[in-house]
Design a protein around this ligand. Structure first.
Ligand SMILES: C[S@@+](CC[C@H](N)C(=O)[O-])C[C@H]1O[C@@H](n2cnc3c(N)ncnc32)[C@H](O)[C@@H]1O
Length: 222
């Protein structure tokens, strides 16, 4: 059994070293290949602007955080949230260790923002893939619902959202709800997404900002 898992790890490392985006990320000093997905989206829609406040959910190890940090520059900020640590530190990056499914994160974001709002929310969150696709989709939908709640609380009117999801018929219901919140809605599969992956990015432009009251529960030990 131990031998098999060793083999699996070896194969995984071998495949990773053959991945051109992984190699390019290493060359360019990006902590992960995910950087190129955000670069593609940025090139096509220019979602992030210098000076923006960006919320990056599921940020570790920090490929997308690095890209967003380069674009927002010295006048902007990237608030990077993950349960795991980032492999990058820069003056315009604020790392918040947190679980998007917990209530404590809402308080932390409130403290960081001090009454202001994010211009852009990027979510590359994904649960650990156990091999059960149905379970992955279900857990991803739970993460998407949590992100949507965070957006409705902290995204400015007119703001932009980029969300990673996984293709599945059960995604449609979320998409309809999400899409209604924006002036324009797009679906996009980056060329840098891994071959055979079913990931898809949902993009909302021009948040309508129908701000309902979302109560931030008192911080618990979650
Ligand atoms: C595909 S990775 C993100 C890659 C990253 N965006 C980058 O550019 O390097 C997905 C991330 O989601 C995080 N994650 C999963 N569930 C989470 C949760 N409930 N709260 C916070 N982070 C979570 C994982 O720890 C993992 O780092």
């Amino acid at each position: 059994m131990a031998e098999q898992s060793e083999m699996t790890k070896e194969r995984w490392l071998q495949r990773r070293s053959e991945d051109p985006f992984w190699r390019k990320a290493k060359e360019m000093g990006y902590p992960s290949r995910a950087a190129f997905k955000l670069l593609e989206i940025q090139k096509r829609w220019r979602i992030i602007k210098p000076g923006d406040k960006v919320l990056d959910l599921g940020a570790a190890p920090g490929g997308m955080t690095a890209v967003a940090s380069e674009i927002v520059g010295d006048d902007g900020v990237v608030v990077a949230v993950d349960v795991n640590p980032l492999q990058i530190t820069r003056p315009n990056i604020v790392y918040v260790k947190g679980d998007v499914l917990g209530t404590r994160l809402m308080h932390e974001l409130q403290n960081v923002l001090k009454g202001e709002f994010f211009d852009v929310v990027v979510s590359d969150l994904s649960p650990h893939h156990s091999g059960d696709y149905g379970l992955l989709v279900e857990q991803q939908l739970e993460l998407l619902e949590a992100v949507w709640t965070i957006c409705r609380k902290f995204l400015r009117r007119g703001g932009t959202v980029v969300l990673k999801a996984f293709e599945h018929p059960s995604l449609r219901r979320f998409e309809r709800k999400f899409g209604r919140g924006f002036r324009k809605f797009e679906r996009y599969v980056p060329h840098s997404s891994k071959k055979g992956s079913s990931e898809i990015f949902l993009l909302g432009f021009g948040y309508r900002g129908v701000r309902e009251f979302i109560r931030v529960e008192p911080a618990s030990a979650s």
